[in-house]
Write a protein that binds this ligand. Structure first.
Ligand SMILES: [Fe+2]
Ligand SMILES: [Fe+2]
Length: 269
């Protein structure tokens, strides 16, 4: 199933546009469209990444949140962040020959498996390693770098939230989505919509914790007296934040909307 069918949206770019392409949104909101823009600026950030996952890295560079706040249009998000729309549009206009298949082309159950095999597996392995590193660096450098105490607190809070969150997804919500897709009948463990709503709230909390970690470390900048462990800790935190953005995007913007659509269809018989 394509992402368009998953989300029931139109106006998708089937491949990354070229500089000479002329795309027009099919909705009424054409005022935001500019002839000079090769990417549709009225597309949401989530849709832009669903169409081409490489755009996630571009949006990260401009610090535009495509996961928890992926429902904003490119022009809205750029205006809010004071980013030049033409500059980001050019950066998002990637060469078509290297376009990867979008994540949105997977079925829900397959996508849930993929999320567990990649993002959850990474987190289960990386969280304890990074937790030990954060503790060590805090102990050794905490006196000269008081912000490490905040990093330690924030990261500990993030791990404490992510552990039960991912367990709930793996043991309850993802199996319920697979069952729903297989049988077409709603499960007996309560409304999927309520569970999804809670999971999305938890995503926002964890996303904000990492945003704070990025802020107190000045964008993961290694201080002049930072040792190899200090650098490894900051590299690990940066990588984890980037991975979390992709992870949350796949759940918030692809898997969950698709699952809720299935639940609505099942409820309507
Ligand atoms: Fe997850
Ligand atoms: Fe999640």
């Amino acid at each position: 199933m394509t992402s368009a069918r998953l989300l029931g949206r139109c106006c998708r770019l089937r491949s990354a546009p070229t500089a000479s392409s002329s795309y027009r949104p099919c909705g009424a909101d054409t005022a935001e469209y500019s002839e000079n823009m090769s990417v549709d600026t009225s597309s949401t950030l989530a849709d832009l990444v669903i169409e081409d996952s490489r755009r996630a890295r571009v949006l990260e560079q401009f610090q535009l949140d495509y996961c928890c706040n992926g429902d904003r249009t490119l022009s809205e998000a750029a205006a809010a962040a004071n980013v030049d729309l033409e500059e980001i549009n050019t950066a998002l206009d990637l060469p078509p020959e290297t376009v990867r298949e979008s994540t949105g082309s997977q079925e829900r159950a397959a996508l849930a498996h993929d999320i567990v095999d990649t993002h959850h597996a990474y987190m289960w392995e990386e969280m304890p390693r990074l937790q030990a590193l954060v503790e060590k660096v805090h102990q050794v450098h905490g006196e000269r770098h008081p912000e490490l105490s905040t990093v330690h607190e924030l990261f500990t809070e993030a791990v404490a939230a992510l552990d039960p969150h991912m367990t709930k997804e793996e043991r309850s919500v993802f199996p319920a989505i697979s069952r729903l897709e297989k049988t077409g009948t709603p499960g007996t463990s309560g409304s999927l919509a309520e569970q999804v709503d809670l999971l999305m709230q938890e995503h926002t909390v964890v996303g904000d914790l990492f945003k704070e970690i990025r802020s107190v470390t000045a964008g993961y900048a290694v201080p002049e007296d930072g040792c190899a462990s200090y650098r490894a800790m900051l590299d690990g935190l940066r990588e984890m934040e980037l991975d979390l953005h992709e992870h949350i995007h796949k759940e918030n913007n692809i898997l969950f909307p698709g699952a809720l659509e299935l639940e609505r269809s099942a409820a309507n018989g």
